[in-house]
Design a protein around this ligand. Structure first.
Ligand SMILES: [Zn+2]
Length: 106
């Protein structure tokens, strides 16, 4: 199970790009954000100044009500995602975003 999750995670990431789909809490508009895990992450250090992993803090704005959402994603030292949180919104499935795009293009 663990291995399956690991492999599917790598496939979905198409290499170095991590795709985030976040919906605004206020207007529920989904937003797609691309993260380059080799350029966008910040190295974090522990109490003894050893590298403990990476962190990404990103401000995301939807195109309807323009409220800012603050995403924070933690990664281990191999740049694998370990935890994600977002203020002002929720993470949604990729299909939710594509449904939204299909709707506004009609
Ligand atoms: Zn909004």
């Amino acid at each position: 199970m663990w291995l399956w999750r690991l492999l599917s995670g790598v496939n979905k990431r198409d290499g170095r790009i991590l795709h985030l789909y976040v919906a605004c809490n206020n207007c529920h508009t989904p937003v797609h954000v691309r993260i380059d895990v080799y350029n966008d992450l910040t190295l974090e250090y522990g109490d003894r100044e050893q590298a403990v992993g990476y962190v990404l803090r990103k401000e995301i704005m939807d195109s309807r009500c323009f409220r800012l959402m603050h995403a924070e994603i933690l990664f281990d030292t191999t740049r694998r995602e370990t935890q994600r949180t977002v203020d002002g919104g929720v993470f949604v499935d990729e299909s939710v975003y594509h449904q939204h795009v299909a709707t506004i293009q009609k």
